[in-house]
Design a binder for this molecule. Structure first.
Ligand SMILES: Nc1ncnc2c1ncn2[C@@H]1O[C@H](COP(=O)(O)OP(=O)(O)O)[C@@H](O)[C@H]1O
Ligand SMILES: [Mg+2]
Length: 357
């Protein structure tokens, strides 16, 4: 994969404005969907959730509207996650989501935009081709891909083209992407299907196992955000309300931060382990750069209390948290598009693999 290189191009101001205005960066994340134009302005920022009519499979609403849909639990409406652990769940739904997204941005960027999708490294060739097909059917003239870690690195304005090693760790809702990069290429990388959603699931399991309490994914997420920690901290407690698993009645229990921390420990250890294995398999002469430049942390789940400290301690490398972690990848992809347009090139950042599974 070759990252975009910014080059200056003389003249052609009008033409360049037109090219730029028809490009968009799209991050169809497991948790949030973000679309940005080449100036980095967000055109869409929604939860990746769809309300689907079960009778004919049509998309009723997407994003926060789907979550707020009155009567959304009615028999013929299903609330679905179009992406889970970085994998598209249903091709027809992907088509409809792509159509919905391009429909929403059409007025801002024109009818036939060029799209750069930020995808996790684990997205297979089949998945990338499915996304390409859906966005093209929805009107995109061209679809390219950039992997999350590289996109976030560009979002961090790292010197990825230069002969120094830089490292990015992006932990989203369903995937963790890590890459050590140098000279515009990826030296070592890892992409695993684990993210913040798995921490939520661990909290739900804890409440069910220890308290016989059933809670919604949203409540589990709130518990994680409020008292979950990736690094030992002073004990705190909160009251959590849910349904009793045996009789279905509403009930409240008090849960402590240490209980939540031990419940999420296995997933955290696996995520941090991906960073360690990337460093261990990188050539030893890059270690100095990594220690000097640090590890750059992005993705919404990086906001978990103590995450940066945990990662710094496990890797021995100073950690810099992105200013806006959940948006770093889409902002980086948008910057990449802008650099490509500046260079006057339509060269693919990464072509869809023809053979891979
Ligand atoms: N303050 C926070 N503390 C802990 N986790 C958080 C916080 N804010 C967001 N998250 C988690 O970040 C994840 C979403 O990250 P994001 O990068 O938007 O995901 P994706 O790109 O996979 O859609 C969710 O699991 C969410 O619970
Ligand atoms: Mg993300």
């Amino acid at each position: 994969m070759e990252p975009c290189r910014a080059q200056s191009r003389a003249g052609d101001g009008e033409g360049r404005r037109r090219v730029l205005s028809s490009h968009v960066a799209i991050d169809l994340g497991s948790t949030r969907t973000l679309v940005a134009d080449t100036s980095g302005r967000l055109l869409v920022d929604e939860p990746t959730v769809a309300a689907v009519n079960l009778r004919d499979g049509s998309l009723i609403a997407f994003g926060s509207l789907a979550l707020a849909l009155p009567g959304r639990s009615a028999g013929d409406v299903s609330i679905m996650k179009p992406v889970s652990h970085g994998q598209l769940q249903d091709l027809r739904l992907t088509d409809q989501v792509a159509e919905h997204l391009l429909g929403r941005i059409r007025k801002r960027v024109g009818r036939h935009p060029e799209v750069l999708c930020s995808v996790p490294g684990l997205a297979t060739g089949v998945q990338r081709r499915a996304l390409e097909r859906s966005f093209k059917r929805a009107g995109a003239t061209h679809v390219d891909f950039i992997e999350h870690a590289l996109a976030a690195g560009i979002g961090f304005k790292l010197r990825i083209d230069e002969p120094v090693a830089t490292m990015v760790f992006d932990v989203g809702g369903g995937t963790t992407d890590v890459a050590v990069m140098a000279l515009g290429g990826v030296v070592t990388e890892a992409s695993i299907p684990l993210g913040g959603d798995d921490l939520d699931r661990a909290v739900r399991d804890l409440l069910l196992r220890s308290y016989d309490l059933v809670v919604s994914p949203a409540v589990a997420e709130q518990v994680k955000i409020m008292i979950g920690t990736a690094w030992p901290a002073a004990e705190t407690k909160i009251e959590v309300t849910g349904r009793d698993a045996s009789n279905g009645l509403a009930r409240a229990v008090v849960v402590s931060s240490s209980e939540v921390s031990s419940a999420i420990e296995d997933s955290l250890r696996a995520m941090v382990g991906a960073a360690v294995s990337c460093i261990v398999s990188a050539p030893p002469d890059l270690a100095n750069d990594l220690i000097a430049l640090g590890l750059h942390l992005a993705g919404g789940a990086a906001l978990l209390t103590g995450y940066a400290r945990r990662l710094a301690t496990a890797t021995g490398i100073p950690v810099h948290l992105a200013e806006d972690p959940a948006r770093a990848a889409v902002i980086g992809a948008a910057r990449c598009l802008r650099d490509l347009a500046d260079a006057g090139t339509r060269r693919a950042v990464s072509s869809t693999p023809a053979e891979s599974p």
